[in-house]
Design a protein around this ligand. Structure first.
Ligand code: GLN
Length: 551
């Protein structure tokens, strides 16, 4: 059970999805946290996947990995970035997790011979999970985002659980609806009717919103706010106008200007304690909007048949990590996407010389692999700063093995199980899970420590001898090749404490301005006010190249 007096804010979407419910949730979290209240943010994904790990990122967006190793929706990444702290596995739930527990309970005869039903058993399991999330880490306020839009079949039970929680704790539960007010091109006028209908739909579940966040292209005018307030029974000062903004990081500042922090605390019957200080956040947002000096970063991946929108979602944390380090260095990083398949079909890798830095991000499978290796060879031999993330590190080591260490046919066994030199191999425990077809949640996941070697770029950048970073991969650098690769000049600057797993590979600075890859995903721990040191170091090298080229 959650502690007495714990407060819950449920965030529910109306009208349509994709209007920024996650950012609204994150921003409210930051407002309340900055007033001294310990906040935890919870994401509910109604789908039946037990976690987000088995979903294709080009369809569903990036798979975020928590410290614990739980694979989640990308919203959890936004939550952590806005709050500036780690969240726990209790803070994430899917429909699959909920049903799995209920079915396991039923199989274990834990329901005392009763007929197991959606109500009460599934609903109660949802409530148990919401309360378990509230009970950890000394949290005082939980903000819970219910995925999807009101009226979806699959989120009805979650809204029902929230309704019952409100019945049990009438003073401790608030509902915030995030809706969209369209301005149809033919009319040129903002329409409130879809929002009115969405509120009625929520009313049909027995739930009345206490607050409305009105997303729209432009601000909601006073007249419409009055009219809407009467139509949906939400006080005008509880209707927050949220027009489109240049940066998602503007949203908490706009909410703050609208006094949302104070009104929320008032509605929760909590004292409006210490005034918040958004000085550092303001400075950060200002620096994300610089237009000069510009540096161009190319991301080489297997992107085809997808639009820009999906692309940026699939690599959300990488983009944000670049933004944070760019803001810290007060430069404007411009990101361009390069299709590695083009380099296989005869496209000239020499275009990479137009970039100040190149990243090969995480990935799986064969598509575009030789194109990526060609790109890595080009940037290595042409002194272009290179940063490899997970797959990007493994492939950099393969490239080095083939072209410098003289290991012809070197490869990762993910692509060629019969490679004469299996530079990237599968560990015995992973062999077992693959043989059994157990793909969900079985990779090396979550935080692992790495020890950093003295005198290396990694050690210098972090400024410490031991770090903890988040992983998500099945394959590892084959320990049998470490000696030969090291002799050929590659430096393994970060390893597991027992020295068996290679976590960072780099080239010394006198050989290359910045050529470094990490087996982990540094982007998952980059935060607005705490940019990741390796991204910052990579961008520094890119800035030097841009300056040298007079761009
Ligand atoms: N496919 C590689 C592996 O499983 C890399 C994974 C990744 O880049 N996240 O080891």
């Amino acid at each position: 059970m959650a502690t007495e007096g714990h407060k819950y804010i449920f965030v529910i979407g109306g009208v349509m999805s994709g209007v920024g419910k996650g950012i609204a949730t994150s921003s409210m979290g930051l407002l309340l946290q900055s007033r001294g209240y310990p906040v935890n943010l919870v994401k509910i994904d109604p789908y039946l996947n037990v976690d987000a790990g088995t979903m294709n990122p080009t369809e569903h967006g990036e798979v975020f990995v928590l410290r614990s190793g739980l694979e989640t929706d990308q919203d959890m990444g936004n939550y952590e970035r806005f709050l500036g702290r780690d969240l726990a596995p209790e803070d994430y739930m899917t429909g699959g997790m909920v049903y799995k527990t209920v079915i396991e309970n039923e199989r274990a005869l834990r329901y005392g011979g009763k007929c197991v039903e959606a109500i009460p058993h599934v609903r109660d399991e949802i409530m148990r999970r919401v309360e378990a999330a509230a009970a950890h880490n000394g949290s005082k306020i939980s903000i819970i985002e219910v995925g999807g839009t009101v009226g979806d079949f699959q989120n009805a039970l979650f809204i029902e659980a929230a309704r019952v929680l409100k019945m049990q704790h009438p003073d401790d539960v608030l509902f915030v609806m995030v809706t969209y007010l369209p301005i149809p091109g033919t009319l040129g006028e903002m329409k409130t009717k879809p929002t009115q209908n969405a509120v009625r739909q929520l009313n049909a579940y027995g739930v009345q919103p206490d607050f409305l966040i009105a997303r729209a292209k432009t601000p909601l005018d006073a007249k419409r706010k009055e009219k809407l307030s009467l139509a949906i029974s939400v006080r005008p000062d509880h209707i927050i106008s949220a027009p489109d903004v240049e940066s998602i990081y503007d949203v908490p500042l706009n909410f703050e200007a609208d006094k949302l922090g104070d009104t929320l605390l008032d509605a929760l019957k909590l004292p409006a304690s210490a005034q918040s200080n958004f000085g550092a956040w303001r400075e950060f947002v200002k620096n994300t909007k610089l237009t000069q000096p510009e540096i161009t970063v190319g991301i080489v991946g297997k992107y085809f048949d997808t639009g820009d929108f999906v692309l940026s979602d699939a690599y959300l944390s990488v983009i944000e990590a670049i933004k944070f380090s760019g803001a810290a260095l007060q430069v404007k990083p411009k990101i361009e996407w390069l299709n590695s398949k083009d380099f296989e079909k005869g496209g000239d890798v020499a275009v990479l010389a137009n970039y100040d830095g190149i990243i090969v991000p995480g990935g799986f499978g064969e598509t575009g692999i030789e194109g990526k290796i060609k790109a890595i060879e080009f940037v290595r031999t042409n002194n272009i700063p290179y940063f490899g993330l997970c797959y990007g590190m493994q492939l950099a080591v393969v490239e080095y093995a083939r072209h410098v260490a003289g290991l012809e046919g070197a490869h990762t066994v993910e692509i060629n199980p019969a490679a004469p030199h299996p530079i990237v191999d599968v560990m015995p425990d992973q062999k077992q899970v693959i043989a059994e077809g157990k793909y969900g949640g079985t990779m090396r996941l979550g935080v692992y420590p790495a020890e950093l070697k003295e005198g290396t770029i990694a050690r210098e950048a972090y400024g410490t001898a031991r770090v903890e970073e988040r992983h998500r991969h099945r394959y590892e650098i084959n320990p049998e090749y470490i000696e030969r690769l090291t002799r050929a000049g590659l430096v393994f600057s970060g390893t597991s404490p027992d020295g068996i797993l290679m976590e960072i590979a780099e080239l010394p600075r006198d050989i290359h301005p910045f050529f470094l890859g990490t087996q982990f995903h540094p982007e998952l721990q980059a935060r607005p006010l705490a940019p990741h040191p390796l991204f910052t170091e990579f961008l520094k090298a890119a800035v030097m190249r841009a300056t040298a080229h007079g761009s």
